[in-house]
Design a protein around this ligand. Structure first.
Ligand SMILES: *Cc1c(COP(=O)(O)O)cnc(C)c1O
Length: 579
């Protein structure tokens, strides 16, 4: 896999989001999911939504547009006071925004009227952190004017602490916000739907307070992603702190001195460093640097030490750990490192299901290579059972048209009976087994091979023949090696009579199958529906003592060498029948 990359464990993020949502809701506080540190990554946004979070917030309208265009099913809140120049876009993509400037809200109103929609606003109140917020003394006047604006709906007030000034959200500050809320409600005879008390820094206040007052909302980013509160960066019990991993690659590993030698001046960043002499050390260089990530926010997962970094390199002392060129090293990230890595175009963003898929495919290919070595070693005690045609069986079956003229769909006797029982079982579910291919002569196998070679030659006219053949061999065996010439192999799919279509297995469009690694039977990166359908298909055949192919979810073997290997038998009972 490409490096540098950031691996996002979606299961852990989902766990953290759910746990925090449950925790805060125990005292009536609703959670808004903040996506700015992950740049509105749609995979993560969908995880938050699936975890029960209905409103997503981001400081950038670009990120909100990205999530909308990815059809993330949430309401969107713009966190940063809108730029006057962006108000039209804000009305277009965001349902609501945090605001502090009347001039901006007036523009929002104008564009909301133009677009004939309503835009919701939350007024931010300054409580001492000295970033955004109206001074409490100006609030009444602003509310009064906001209420007069067309197509603007005042849904709440909020505050933000612990960001610029590092001011702690405590009972005093939250009490203050509560009084302000009550005051406005009384004065203007309205109900504030949202009183938003802050961010991940509110955790300590929440866990220790006896009364949350009117505060009924928090906007959470860091605690969901990194599992900690943000006043002292203490881990929150029950949360994962390692949902994100930065993976880098070693590009040089050598024993060198620990102190630079020569006349020392400024380095690339205008600094003059002091170095401690520890003699010669094992130094590794990683192919990742300050253009990729805020290096000071990284912590290695193993016992090595970051000595420093430049734009494109991190230099580490690998201490007692043996590190070779090509090795991957993993790091935890703090908020700044996460933000920079997610923002850098050089860092690949990889979600856990893709990591799992990659690992799964590597395992399958390893197993396949081992399998190919074992195949010729399997002895065959041919039981000479005859080949019979499924076509004249009378079972409910659909036969996929074959490239071979007058194809008879013949199988060994025992396989014939097994297919019959599977067909019966499907009858009860309003489904029919589709037989794609069974016994094939060498000539038939050659036809398939040549057909595939022809189509790939057309697709890749510049490639060498050897390369094309390798691609073909990926899914089609050469004639003398195919399990299909034993009469023990069955290629099958299922037809759904109720919906009148071939069931979806993840790589097929009707009967047409795209040959790629998602054909591996247990590929994790297919839809839940495809997984369920594969389970049904594979289950039916396994119950009849077939084994599913290593790479093809539709191919099943019984009695032949592939079956013998998978089942750990000391011999196969069906050899090749050439006829
Ligand atoms: C970033 C931000 C948040 C979320 O802060 P975390 O510390 O990541 O929970 C909440 N509100 C506003 C206004 C923000 O800018």
């Amino acid at each position: 896999m490409l490096t540098p990359r950031i691996e996002m464990n979606l299961e852990k993020i989902a766990h953290n989001a759910k746990t925090l949502k449950d925790l805060y809701s125990s005292k009536g506080i609703d959670v808004i999911g903040v996506t700015k540190v992950v740049c509105g990554n749609p995979y993560i946004a969908n995880v938050l939504v699936k975890s029960g979070i209905n409103i997503l917030a981001d400081s950038r309208i670009e990120n909100i547009r990205k999530m909308r265009n990815a059809s993330v099913q949430a309401q969107f809140l713009l966190l940063r006071t809108p730029c006057l120049s962006q108000t039209e876009t804000v009305v277009k993509y965001a349902d609501m925004s945090l605001n502090t400037e009347l001039a901006v809200i007036k523009r929002l109103s104008k564009f909301a009227v133009d677009r004939d929609r309503s835009h919701k606003i939350i007024l931010m109140v300054e409580l001492g952190d000295l970033r955004e917020g109206l001074m409490p003394s100006d609030l009444d006047d602003t509310v009064k004017q906001v209420l007069e604006l067309e197509n603007i709906e005042l849904i709440g007030i909020g505050t933000n602490l612990a960001c610029f000034g590092g001011v702690k959200p405590d009972d005093e500050k939250m009490g203050c916000l509560t009084s302000i809320a009550i005051d406005i409600e009384d004065k203007f005879g309205l109900k504030l739907e949202i009183v938003s008390g802050g961010n991940s820094a509110n955790y300590d206040w929440f866990t220790s307070t006896k009364d949350v007052g009117r505060v009924n909302n928090l906007r959470l980013g860091e605690s969901i992603y990194l599992g900690c509160e943000t006043l002292n960066r203490k881990p929150i019990p029950g949360l994962y702190t390692d949902s994100f991993t930065l993976v880098s690659e070693v590009i040089e590993s050598k024993i060198k001195p620990s102190v630079p030698y020569g006349v020392i001046c400024q380095n690339a960043f205008g600094n003059v460093h002091e170095f401690k002499d520890r003699g010669s050390i094992q130094r590794a260089i990683l192919g990742v640097g300050l253009q990729d990530v805020l290096v000071s926010g990284l912590s290695p997962r193993i016992d090595i030490e970051i000595l420093g970094a430049s734009s494109d390199h991190i230099i580490v002392d690998t201490k007692d750990i043996d590190v070779n060129v090509g090795d991957e090293l993993e790091f935890d990230l703090n908020y700044g490192a996460l933000l920079s890595a997610m923002t850098s175009p050089y860092v690949n963003k990889v979600s856990s299901d893709r990591v799992n898929a990659h690992e799964y495919c590597e395992k399958v290919e390893q197993k396949y290579r081992r399998h190919l070595q074992l195949l010729p070693t399997i002895s065959i005690k041919e039981n000479n059972s005859p080949l019979i045609s499924l076509k004249e069986s009378g079972f409910n079956l659909i036969f996929e048209p074959s490239i071979k003229k007058d194809y008879k769909y013949i199988v060994r006797e025992a396989v014939f009976d097994k297919v019959g029982r599977i067909s019966k079982r499907l009858d009860g579910e309003n489904k029919t087994l589709i037989i794609r291919s069974v016994w094939r002569s060498f000539e038939h196998q050659r036809l398939l091979w040549e057909d595939r070679v022809d189509s790939l030659k057309k697709k890749y006219p510049k490639r060498q023949m050897a390369e094309i053949e390798e691609l073909v061999s990926y899914f089609i065996a050469p004639p003398s090696k195919s399990m299909h010439s034993t009469g023990g192999a069955v290629d099958a799919l299922i037809y759904d009579l109720k919906n009148d279509c071939v069931m979806r297995f993840g790589t097929n469009d009707g009967l047409k199958i795209n040959l790629n690694d998602k054909c591996y039977p247990y590929h994790p990166y297919i839809t839940p529906e495809a997984k369920k359908n594969r389970k049904l298909l594979i289950g039916l055949f396994e119950e009849e003592d077939f084994v599913v192919d290593i790479k093809e979810y539709w191919h099943f073997d019984y009695g032949n060498s592939a079956w013998a290997i998978e089942k750990g038998k000391d011999h196969a009972i069906y050899g090749i029948i050439e006829a």
